[in-house]
Design a protein around this ligand. Structure first.
Ligand code: COA
Length: 376
């Protein structure tokens, strides 16, 4: 027997949800190239595509969006729960702890029932943005902002986060950024979600577990670290020395590298193009200027190893531009990825098999218990 460390390259499912060609930098959702979705779709329509396997008809789309809008508001008990959590708790932990509690407000509890799949989907897509933004307001000693049903998904999130209606064009780019975050084959968090659903735990437990998995800095948590990394550099001229030192110490450059992409991450390319448009129209900022020089120098050192910027590198810069606090960056990723996690859980249940890998035991045998007073 051989151990497949990190399961790298080992298929664990058959899936028709998304496809990556890591050599060519291709990403498709249900066969549709990501750029085409970004150019033509919005987050909720893409979420529908991922979960139900087809683009919705006009009526299907309207009723899906209405069901989500009807789930935007939080029950008072959840608001109270948020108020009782210590205010320095990381937003990812807050989200991870509240998501399973939402199951209490869902009548459809049977994970094998498609009613559960739908109600968990609309309940989570509706409430996650409201939980996150309410949490931000509560930690600032402010009153949570009521959702505005007339706004798009991304626009409403930015509105509830600050209490101010965002610039239309920026909100649209943000909503498209959610499309880019919505799904990405079997990565660590999606694998976590399907492991949990394979036990027939409900979708709330699956999403909560996936949030925990996403929070780590080798996965979604990287975007927050990208901000701290760029912020740590005092001036653009210090960038080469900063990168050289990190590489000498064998430290990871956050927002660079990917297990699957061995070329430029197509999602990073799209976000970078948004930032170029933003800089042209609204003006650049310090972080964006640093990021551009950082990318150029880091590439001169890392592209030989086929290490390029990933989605987290430029989303950190974009979220900073939008005024999203750094500790909320990964929660934006989680909010969008909820659709992908649910799509995979739903798909996995069609041919469910409990995950139960094996191990190669390399410990001892017949070792005897030693009472505490005789231990060395
Ligand atoms: N900075 C510096 N070196 C990196 C690197 C990075 N971001 N990512 C990979 N490497 C180097 C490793 O040090 C290793 O070098 P070595 O062969 O000389 O020891 C080599 O590339 C392979 O690393 P490995 O960890 O085996 O590759 P992986 O495919 O498993 O790595 C990640 C994927 C994402 C874990 C890795 O690129 C990483 O840690 N990136 C930073 C965190 C991040 O941005 N995560 C978000 C991913 S979307």
């Amino acid at each position: 027997m051989k151990v497949y460390s990190g399961l790298a390259g080992i298929p664990v499912v058959r899936s028709s949800i998304s496809y990556i060609d890591g050599q060519k930098g291709i990403l498709e959702y249900r066969g549709i190239p990501i750029q085409e979705l970004v150019d033509n779709s919005n987050y909720l329509e893409t979420a529908y595509l991922l979960v139900f396997g087809k683009l919705p008809s006009v009526q299907e789309y309207e009723s899906f969006v209405n069901d989500i809008k009807n789930n935007l508001n939080l029950p008072n008990s959840i608001l109270q729960f948020l108020k009782d959590i210590p205010s320095d708790t990381h937003p990812m932990k807050v989200l991870q702890s509240i998501v399973p509690v939402l199951s209490a407000f869902d009548e459809n509890k049977d994970v094998l029932d498609s009613e559960h799949h739908y109600s968990a989907l609309v309940n989570l897509l509706g409430k996650v943005p409201t939980i996150l933004t309410a949490w931000k307001m509560i930690t600032e000693g402010r009153k949570p902002v009521e959702p505005d049903q007339s706004l798009s998904y991304g626009e409403n999130f930015l509105y509830m986060l600050t209490g101010e209606k965002p610039e239309k064009e920026l909100a649209e780019m943000f909503d498209k950024c959610l499309i880019l975050h919505a799904e990405h084959t079997i990565n660590a968090s999606t694998f976590t979600a399907i492991v949990v659903v394979s036990t027939l735990a409900d979708f709330y437990s699956c999403v909560s577990s996936a949030i925990g998995s996403l929070s780590g800095r080798l996965h979604g948590g990287a975007n927050e670290r990208v901000y701290y990394m760029l912020n740590e550099i005092k001036s653009v001229k210090d960038i080469p020395e900063y990168i050289d030192k990190k590489l000498e110490k064998k430290e990871r450059i956050m927002g660079f590298g990917h297990r699957v992409y061995k070329t430029y991450d197509p999602r990073a390319k799209i976000i970078k193009s948004f930032l170029e448009k933003i800089a042209d129209k609204y003006g650049s900022n310090e972080l964006l200027e640093k990021a551009k020089v950082f990318e150029e120098y880091a590439l001169s050192k890392l592209s030989g190893k086929r290490i390029y910027p990933n989605i987290d590198f430029y989303t950190a810069v974009f979220y900073n531009y939008l005024g999203i606090p750094p500790n909320f960056y990964t929660t934006v990723f989680a909010m969008a990825r909820t659709a992908g996690w649910i799509a995979h859980c739903k798909e996995y249940l069609k041919e469910n098999k409990l995950f139960r890998p094996t191990q190669i035991y390399d410990g001892g045998h017949n070792i005897h218990y030693v009472p505490p007073d005789r231990r060395l």
